[in-house]
Design a protein around this ligand. Structure first.
Ligand SMILES: Cc1ncc(COP(=O)(O)O)c(C=O)c1O
Length: 470
């Protein structure tokens, strides 16, 4: 008789395959589905919850050292683009934590990922405590990044967009040592660490901070003058390179300026700049923390056809766990990059589910869902603009990033309108300055044309109210 036995399954596999886990998961998903179902349209706050909700918001504002922009504290349950707040109101969330819940609230894929994470051994993944989920997340991002030829073979997970960007900069500086300067676009946003607040082109975000990085700026693409703006940016790049020979480690590209107001660049513009940068040995770094998952391709650098020119790319927000992808040439030396926390186990498992969901559910492609949602929303806004002259300029943006300028484009008007939208049940946020625009980051997995039509109705009504009051 043979004594050979097959290798026994790991205990964790046995746990995951335990029928009680499958039954519990199915019960939890059923319960969530049942309780989220009524959250299917916007609702005003409930008067009986007003006092308690205000007390909680005030307490939180005091504890965190400043009031929240919106009186928004989620109840912890939502339904796709709808979210329930502690005051009993239901909002149509078209800003999604500035792109973070970009797959939708309480989405079953994300809830299921949470259950898988809950039976995993650690809350957090990181330096000495990673499991296969981290490997799978990296594998997915790398395989998508390489789909059309980019040489991005490596992926390092991190806990925030800022950390992914810090890691990107460190890799570029180490490889290109002793270069100590960076080149970036005017009005770019890269995060709020000491270094990134210098790279970010907004004085208020570095007020009172010591200088930590020398940055030379380029003018961004101008759609009204594509060839002229490309020539001007390339000329400026060459001036910087000539003025500080050998001192620039990288060219930093935020290709759809997020915080800057959703200004969209152009393939030829980026290619012209990247080619010059590459000739001078600079790393081409693309910051996709906001744009990842929102264009016609998983990565915006693919949408713009820069596969052959990118060295380092960062992603975040919709991917839940953030990451820095890089080519072998930029592999850091031991000790340069490490983190106790790269992300929570849930964020890493959910990140993979979300990215796979976007790929498998048709969000990408020239006529994919991201484009269709954009076109529907843009058509609705254009219709309002035409019917109410002088109220809306635009819309602008790309894919799952939509923006318009309201009235005179002043910060006061934009703030007033975003608050009006909020109280009427629609969530948006401001972006840029001179003009300050109003932006939308719809949840891409679950937004339907009906949701967009509802958003347009709310926008129309609020704009009519402001126009009437003037
Ligand atoms: C383009 C871009 N880069 C970096 C960041 C920073 O990401 P995080 O807030 O996760 O640190 C943001 C955040 O808004 C961003 O939009």
């Amino acid at each position: 008789m043979s004594t050979v036995t097959s290798t026994p399954d790991l205990q964790a596999q046995c746990l995951r395959q335990d029928p009680r886990i499958a039954a519990a998961k199915s019960l939890i998903l059923q319960a969530v589905e049942e309780h989220q179902r009524p959250l299917a349209s916007v609702r005003p706050p409930r008067p009986e919850l007003e006092a308690e909700s205000k007390a909680l918001l005030d307490a939180f504002g005091t504890l965190r050292g400043g009031a929240l922009f919106y009186p928004y504290l989620s109840s912890g349950l939502g339904n796709g683009p709808f979210v329930e707040l502690i005051d009993g109101s239901v909002k149509l969330d078209f800003i999604t934590g500035i792109g973070v819940h970009g797959y939708g609230h309480s989405h079953p894929d994300v809830v299921a990922a949470g259950i898988d994470a809950a039976i995993s051994d650690t809350v957090m993944q990181g330096n000495l405590q990673q499991d296969v989920a981290s490997l799978e997340f990296c594998k997915l991002l790398v395989s998508l990044a390489r789909e059309s030829g980019a040489a991005l073979e490596h992926c390092f997970i991190s806990s925030s967009g800022a950390m992914a960007n810090e890691n990107a900069l460190k890799m570029a500086f180490q490889k290109n040592h002793p270069a100590d300067r960076t080149i970036a676009f005017e009005h770019c946003f890269a995060g709020r660490t000491l270094v990134l607040s210098q790279l970010t082109d907004k004085a208020a975000y570095r007020q009172g901070l010591p200088p930590t990085l020398e940055v030379d700026y380029l003018p961004f693409f101008d759609e009204a003058d594509p060839a002229g703006s490309t020539d001007r940016a390339v000329a400026r790049l060459k001036e910087h390179l000539h003025r500080y020979p050998g001192r620039h480690a990288n060219l930093w590209l935020e290709m759809i300026q997020g915080e800057g107001g959703y200004h969209v660049g152009d393939r030829n513009f980026f290619r012209a700049l990247c080619e010059v940068a590459r000739e001078h040995g600079l790393a081409v770094i693309v910051d996709e923390v906001q744009s990842f998952g929102r264009t016609t391709r998983p990565f915006a650098f693919q949408h713009f056809g820069l596969d052959d020119l990118v060295d380092i790319v960062t992603v975040g927000k919709i991917s839940q766990a953030c990451a820095t992808l890089f080519t072998p040439a930029y592999q850091p030396k031991p000790g340069l990059i490490s983190q106790t926390f790269t992300g929570s186990t849930w964020s890493i498992i959910a990140g993979k589910a979300i990215v796979e969901g976007l790929v498998n559910n048709g969000n990408f492609g020239p006529h994919g869902k991201n484009v269709q949602l954009h076109e529907r929303f843009a058509a609705g806004l254009a219709e309002i603009a035409e019917r109410r002259p002088g109220t809306i300029q635009g819309p602008y943006g790309l894919g799952g990033m939509v923006v318009f300028t309201a009235f005179d484009g002043s910060a006061e008007k934009a703030k007033d309108l975003t608050l009006r939208f909020f109280h009427a049940g629609l969530m948006s946020f401001m972006a840029g300055a001179n003009p300050t625009r109003i932006r939308f980051l719809m949840p891409l997995a679950c937004t339907t044309f009906d949701h967009i039509d509802l958003a347009c109705q709310i926008i129309d009504q609020c704009i009519a109210d402001v126009a009437e009051a003037e």
